[in-house]
Design a protein around this ligand. Sequence first.
Ligand code: GDP
Length: 726
Amino acid sequence: RRKKIVQECETLMDKPENIRNIAIAAHVDHGKTTLTDNLLAGAGMIADEGEATKLMMDTEEDEQERGITIDAANVSMTHEYEGTNHLINLIDTPGHVDFGGDVTRAMRAVDGALVVVDAVEGAMPQTETVLRQALREGVKPTLFINKVDRLISELQEGPEEMQERLLSVIHDVNELIRGMTKEMDDIEDWTVSVEEGTVGFGSALYKWGVSMPSMQRTGMDFGEIMELERADKRQELHERTPLSDVVLDMVCEHFPNPVDAQPRRVPRIWRGDADSELAEDMALVNEDGEVVFMVTDISMDPHAGEIATGRVFSGTLEKGQELYVSGTAGKNRLQSVGLFMGGEREEVERVPAGNIAAVTGLKDAIAGSTVSSVEMTPFESIEHISEPVITKSVEAQSMDDLPKLIETLQQVAKEDPTINIEINEDTGEHLISGQGELHLEVVTQRIERNQGIPVNTGEPIVVYREAPQTASREVEGISPNRHNRFYITVEPLDDDIVETIKRGEASMDMPELERREALQEAGLDKDTSQEVEHIHGSNIFIDDTKGIQHLNETMELVIEGLEEALNDGPLANEPVQGSLIRLHDARLHEDAIHRGPAQVIPAVRHAVHNALIDAEIRLLEPIQDVRIDVPNDHMGAASGEIQGRRGRVDDMYQEGDLMVVEGIAPVDEMIGFSSDIRSATEGRASWNTENAGFRVMADNLQPEKIMEIRERKGMKTELPEAVDYF
Ligand code: GDP
């Protein structure tokens, strides 16, 4: 049977019109796993649904234990729609906000996103996040409203009440879609509608589903469905209107195939020459063109080694090809080419354009790499919704494990670029940074369990930022030999500019003209935007000098000094953000020997630090949006948990039978929230956090926090000279 399916897939791979590349996106617990099981069983990939979960979603032990899905896995299946067989490549996306980077990467490989929303809970914060991630990548949404059985059997809602509730879910989702696509002029109306068949309803648990087209096909109306559900005749419902048919039909009918999608999606994610042959190959999904493969995920297979999964935009992948990997010097040789089926990789001869492939041999690739048969402009770096905000140290318990630990950490960083790894071979104490407490916990558990390396881990530590608050005076930086001088000022950048850079919309990788336009649009004045010499973090370096001898050949060292200054800010060696640094003038020694690294780097570093201090630099801390759903009688306890953490409650309102408390709190104070809220509400609260950027700490809290960080880092526990808070 499996062999037959593999053959079917291989035949379909060559017909891009019949391919759909999709993702399922949902708030945690809204039923993505259960729905995926249904689809796989419906497509005949597995004998019974329970198997699918084990096979596909929960390949990692920790995922099984936690009951949450972490890695973006991948599965191909076939489905017959209107007499034509279709190949559906489904990419799994993680269901927890802590893993936002994985979601975005998965979205890049697909053209459609099935958004699953729990009928009882409605659209939740993470529904919004995943929807935004999809739309930003130009991925078309459809909606499946799940757990409708609960409305009928559990909440005993009548037809009108139910209709009202379902319409309000659709309305909320459409409001989000409308708001997010307002300024995207390459996208037509992407709101969903029952009449058009872009909305389905049903129960993933009891395996039935319904949509406008399915009602027309089966002749069953909603009243009849309600009756059967209420009478507990769910098996009959499943037989007469199976969920997998309803959803897979919707996928085939309403999601674009690669031929329709690629001409629109490629310009969104690729900045190369739009008139080139390569651009045309990608737009036409040309399987005979040059190979262009975008890696969206790297995973480890104990037998095959490193597997790179991604989308073939052009050409055909074949074993033995020598391919360029973006960001690296040499080529890698493809050792095998395959597809994922039910979580297992099947080797095939070739995978042509328009498909999702899983290959081995790309030893230099990381998640996000562009792999190609000719040298090319790589795809835009994938936008990460949030930066790492929390760090933890890991250390092997036995020195013998050190090499293996380092190798594993490097592997983890390759697989998940939202994780930052800092390896310290001298102390053996390595640092991992990620999106939240849970994100890091999962990583360390993988090291311990999957690799069998016993480690000691430190307490989670929050990552801070430093940023100037006003414009500085001009500051002089003098080299140790006193022969080189740099004159520098610093001023704060507007938030819009900082956000634009953080979203990757203005970077040094893009053509100068485009970068200039993006910065001007965000509010940078025209003259300044034309003099951008370098962007580092979310800081901009401007060269305002004119005709200074030897400056060009010294610029590389100037930038090195600048980066050192920005990586380790003057307050507490935390990264500097949001500063505009201007080089106004410089004196350089005639002889290159007297303006080497040992002279230029410290001179620039000191000048930048002193200018930052003069610009009233302050410590910024990461904050999170917090949402708690809780029964009425625990509402006080829930809001108290936010307020007691230097937080602020912004809103409280009734939703269904629960109260919703919304607010914000610093990440630092949210450590340990999980267990505290559980005990404060007798386990009756469900909650969610999402990173909401960095905020300047109150002045009266600054000195203590700075000292605490300096002490932890073994720095002198006194503020740098000239830092003045009061
Ligand atoms: P995920 O986190 O989105 O993958 O959600 P799961 O598929 O793991 O489902 C979360 C919980 O909701 C599980 O206990 C499921 O059994 C339950 N569930 C999923 N779909 C339905 C449904 O249609 N009706 C009901 N009543 N429960 C469901």
